[in-house]
Write a protein that binds this ligand. Structure first.
Ligand code: GRF
Length: 214
């Protein structure tokens, strides 16, 4: 059974969707970078070890990344899941977890990396918005795409109404992506894309991780 570790910064609704999804996996820990992250209590109530590593306690990004890396490694997870984790992680952290680090981003990547995705989609007159689950590479909100979902942008949408519509899809596609990972059905290809294997194609060597940048 795969061991999963979740990183959060706030309310943790994506984390809750994962915990509720009855995945064939063990959630080994939840770690937040903010002590007031509401998701920490939710995780504890679900019986999952939850801790905070406050990024403000560290002199610089590398020091925080190192402490986070050590805390994660102590649980030896198969996959680290960024679920509303609002800190940029440095190159050495990302390389350490290459092929074992997944993120959900509230836009149809490669459109609108970074913050305020819904505001930007409305301002650009987009007719579709959505969410993307992807493996993490050192470039912000980049990396091999696992699954996406699109929703319409409606005429009177505000950032609030659009984000609520997208969030429903986030809660659907993130558990799906993690389920595929748990079933060894995600194959990272050398061209930087992800192939979804059929169950009959799964073998012990399915998870082929090419060198970063290959
Ligand atoms: C989600 O929209 C996620 O895509 C983004 O931050 C938000 C976090 O929400 N990265 P939650 O903490 O999972 O409720």
């Amino acid at each position: 059974m795969k061991k999963l570790l979740i990183l959060i910064s706030g309310r943790g609704s994506n984390m809750e969707a994962l915990l509720a999804a009855n995945l064939p996996a063990q959630f080994v820990a939840v770690i937040a970078n903010r002590p007031d992250a509401a998701g920490l209590d939710t995780a504890r109530q679900a019986g999952i070890p939850a801790q905070c590593i406050d990024h403000r306690a560290f002199a610089n990004r590398d020091a925080f990344d190192d402490a986070l890396k050590q805390a994660i490694d102590a649980y030896a997870p198969d996959l680290v899941i960024l679920a509303g984790f609002m800190r940029v992680l440095g190159q050495s952290f990302v390389e350490h977890f290459r092929g074992r680090l997944m993120n959900i981003h509230p836009s149809l990547l490669p459109a609108f990396p970074g913050l305020h995705t819904h505001r930007k989609a409305i301002a650009m007159g987009c007719k579709l918005a959505g969410a993307t689950v992807h493996f993490v590479t050192p470039d912000l909100d980049c990396g091999p795409i696992v699954i996406q979902a699109a929703v319409p942008v409606l005429e009177n949408d505000t950032e609030h109404t659009l984000s609520a519509r997208v969030l429903v899809e986030e809660h659907r596609i993130y558990p799906q992506a993690i389920r595929w990972f748990c079933e060894d059905r995600l194959k990272l290809l050398a061209d930087g894309t992800v192939q979804l294997l059929q169950p009959s194609q799964v073998s012990d060597s399915a998870m082929i991780v090419p060198p970063l940048g290959a």
